[in-house]
Design a protein around this ligand. Structure first.
Ligand SMILES: [Zn+2]
Length: 98
């Protein structure tokens, strides 16, 4: 956790580090991410430094299938025996830890 003096978000808010502001209110600041997942990817958070460093939200446009945040669900096709074997291994590990 960084201190107020070294906090990246505080430096951005104080304009010590340049950013591309999207909007600002009395309580919040939104700016474009410099490593965007898609055009318009922004960071949106409070102006005040917090114990948990600037809890913020990323707003990431999804203009098409390749840009923006991707969530993959690469499901496999296990057999029932494989599923049961996995379940057995997990139960054994849980029971050995209790
Ligand atoms: Zn801060």
């Amino acid at each position: 956790m960084s201190s107020l003096a070294t906090c990246l978000f505080c430096k951005i808010i104080k304009r010590e580090i340049p950013s591309t502001k999207i909007f600002e209110t009395d309580l919040s600041y939104a700016f474009l991410d410099i490593g965007p997942l898609s055009e318009g990817h922004s960071n949106n958070g409070p102006l005040a430094h917090q114990v948990v460093e600037h809890v913020h939200f990323h707003v990431i446009p999804k203009p098409n299938e390749t840009e923006g945040l991707g969530i993959k669900w690469p499901s496999k096709q296990p057999t029932i025996d494989e599923v049961e074997a996995t379940g057995k291994k997990m139960l054994e590990k849980l029971q050995s830890n209790s």
